[in-house]
Design a protein around this ligand. Structure first.
Ligand code: NAD
Ligand code: GLY
Length: 358
């Protein structure tokens, strides 16, 4: 097992990464001072594989575990699921020192984290992510929240976990399409911060899809270290943390116009990164060779690189304008300056339309 730290003063926490470490959940929770009651927030898809093992690991360390099963899927990342969590916590008489454990992908993690941030004005929680996306992105950094009918993640809070426990063995049951979607965020870290990671992915991305343990651990650790560094520098996204949105401005818009059903988040980000790199090249920030490498790697991962034909560019721009990153009529983009370096740049909708139509 390897351990990284997110250094945020009294909100600091460890990220443990290893294979088979789910069995050590109880002991690792004890190490960060947790004991007593723990609510395991999960869904039936994940529970069928991992609820029993995690309950056993917790009871071995003296915890009283209370499973809370929510319906699976992004459509359920809402206030109804949140209410279900609050209802159970109240019924089971959870107190300030009781804790919450998120066992699942980003949907479960964001919901459980927001419940923890708000129940009794805040109870401790831990992230046990089970998708690649959640391993490298959503479990680290303390963004929690739910969707509103008018938009994704509109209700939320910054609230850091006490611990992140990443067991790479759980990826064996993850559908291949979800695994590949998670690779989009790994590629993102290479483009924004790390030329060596990008080069490694160019050479060995096939081995990641085949779940090579050593490479997975190494890549997940590198990704988490980059995310931790960004979060440590700008926890509440006053500015720099927005670098993590590379490819997400167009990606989020694509998800919205296709009704959140056609493309997985990582797939939309794959297309978004290609288009953000194209915009960067058009603005003179990115050279042709780097652009070609980015497009090639995203394609090699098995991610889409083109906007689906039926999506109208006008509707896409409209969706970007209502996104929370739009300000003063211009849209804030993370642009890449080749590979491993970025800058922010604001673009008028007409400039984006011209670039996407070219
Ligand atoms: P998800 O949570 O919907 O999980 C994808 C699917 O895989 C689900 O059906 C889930 O039940 C299933 N699953 C999870 N683990 C499994 C396993 N080990 N074996 C078999 N099936 C498994 O999707 P996701 O991609 O993990 O997360 C997407 C969510 O994360 C979005 O809501 C997004 O907004 C959020 N997100 C949050 C942050 C953040 O910083 N908080 C960052 C990125 C994304
Ligand atoms: N996934 C973007 C962030 O955590 O800021």
């Amino acid at each position: 097992m390897q351990t990284l730290n997110v250094n945020l003063g009294d909100r600091s926490y460890p990220i443990h990464i290893g294979s088979g470490i789910l069995a050590r959940t109880g002991e690792l929770l004890n190490q960060v001072g947790l004991s007593g009651k723990v609510a395991i927030v999960t869904n039936p898809t994940v529970a069928q594989f991992y609820l029993e093992p995690i309950q056993a690991a917790l009871s071995k360390a003296g915890f009283t575990a209370v499973p809370i099963l929510l319906p699976d899927g992004e459509a359920h990342k809402n206030s109804i699921s949140l209410q279900m969590i609050y209802d159970r916590l109240i019924a089971e008489r959870f107190e300030r020192k009781s804790s919450i454990l998120a066992l699942g992908g980003g949907v479960v993690g964001d919901l459980a984290g927001f419940a923890a941030a708000t129940y009794l004005r805040g109870v401790p929680y831990v992230q046990v992510p089970t998708t690649l996306l959640a391993h490298v992105d959503s479990s680290v950094g303390g963004k929690t929240g739910v969707n509103h009918a008018d938009g994704k993640n509109l209700i939320g809070a910054f609230y850091q976990p006490k611990l992140v426990l990443i067991d790479i063995a759980v990826l064996k049951t993850l559908p291949r399409r979800e695994l590949i979607a998670g690779l989009a965020e790994v590629i993102k870290y290479g483009v924004i911060e790390d030329t060596a990671l990008f080069g490694l992915l160019e050479q060995q991305i096939d081995k990641l899809v085949q779940l090579d343990s050593d490479l997975l651990s190494q890549t997940i650790a590198t990704s988490c270290a980059i995310k931790a560094k960004v979060v440590e520098a700008d926890e509440r996204e006053d500015d720099y943390r927005a670098v993590l949105n590379f490819g997400h401005t167009i990606g989020h818009a694509l998800e919205a116009v296709t009704g959140y059903t056609e493309l997985l988040h990582g797939e939309a980000v794959g297309v978004g990164m290609v288009k953000a790199a194209a915009l960067s090249m058009r603005q003179g920030f990115c050279d042709q060779i780097s652009f070609d490498r980015i497009v090639r790697l995203i394609g090699k991962a098995g991610l889409p690189t083109e906007i689906p034909g039926k999506v109208s560019l006008a509707s896409l721009i409209q969706a970007m304008e209502v996104d929370k990153k739009a300000a003063g009529g211009k849209i804030k983009f993370v642009m890449c300056e080749g590979i491993g370096k970025t800058r922010f740049h604001h673009l008028a909708p007409s400039e984006i339309l011209a670039a996407l139509s070219a």
